[in-house]
Ligand binder design. Structure first.
Ligand code: ATP
Ligand code: MG
Length: 164
């Protein structure tokens, strides 16, 4: 049903990544600062009295729980917006399966609890609805059309919006 992305990114890339995700309609997320290192084990800095090692570097952990069918596009978007072209340290993306999502206010479970007004799924629903039954898209105008999406399978998640 859903996956969780844990993206460890550079602090200075957070705004670019958030903007890129918003442009494709990823709405729900959270982030917090983390310290760690990857395979280089940190960095070596040169000071006046010699060199010293910093083994725990600051990064941002961005967490996104999203529908399975949005995973590839979201990962591609994070890669494109978080990459700097330097030789190390642009981060990693971990992906986990998610058992369930529950919205506390309403008690909704699963996909119901994971769809937000104006998000990538509500736009896909618009796109797959028969033109006559389309209601204006909620949310920001002028956002990227959901082009290149995999058509949903009949009877799947989008069927309740009347895809034919
Ligand atoms: N195996 C791991 N488990 C948990 N967190 C990790 C792991 N590896 C790296 N991290 C976190 O991800 C951050 C970014 O890692 P980093 O970009 O250096 O990855 P890398 O595998 O060393 O790739 P690169 O060769 O591009 O540097 C680290 O600072 C650390 O916070
Ligand atoms: Mg590294």
């Amino acid at each position: 049903m859903a996956k969780k992305i844990e993206a460890i990114i550079r602090e200075e890339k957070l705004d670019d990544v958030k903007d890129a995700l918003r442009a494709i309609g990823i709405v729900g997320m959270n982030a917090f600062p983390v310290e760690g290192h990857g395979r280089q084990g940190g960095i070596v800095l040169a000071g006046r009295s010699g060199t010293y090692q910093i083994d725990m570097l600051p990064r941002i952990q961005l967490n996104i729980v999203l529908s399975d069918h949005n995973l590839d596009k979201t990962i591609r978007t994070i890669i494109e917006s978080a990459r700097t072209g330097t030789d190390a340290g642009d981060g990693l993306i971990f992906v986990y399966p998610v058992e369930d999502v529950v919205r506390i206010r309403t008690g909704e479970h699963g996909q119901e609890a994971l769809t937000y007004e104006g998000d990538i799924d509500s736009r896909l629903a618009y796109y797959f609805a028969p033109p006559a039954s389309r209601k204006p898209l909620p949310g920001e105008a002028g956002l990227e059309e959901p082009a290149g999406v995999e058509p949903a399978k009949p009877g799947g998640f989008f069927s309740r919006w009347g895809r034919r």
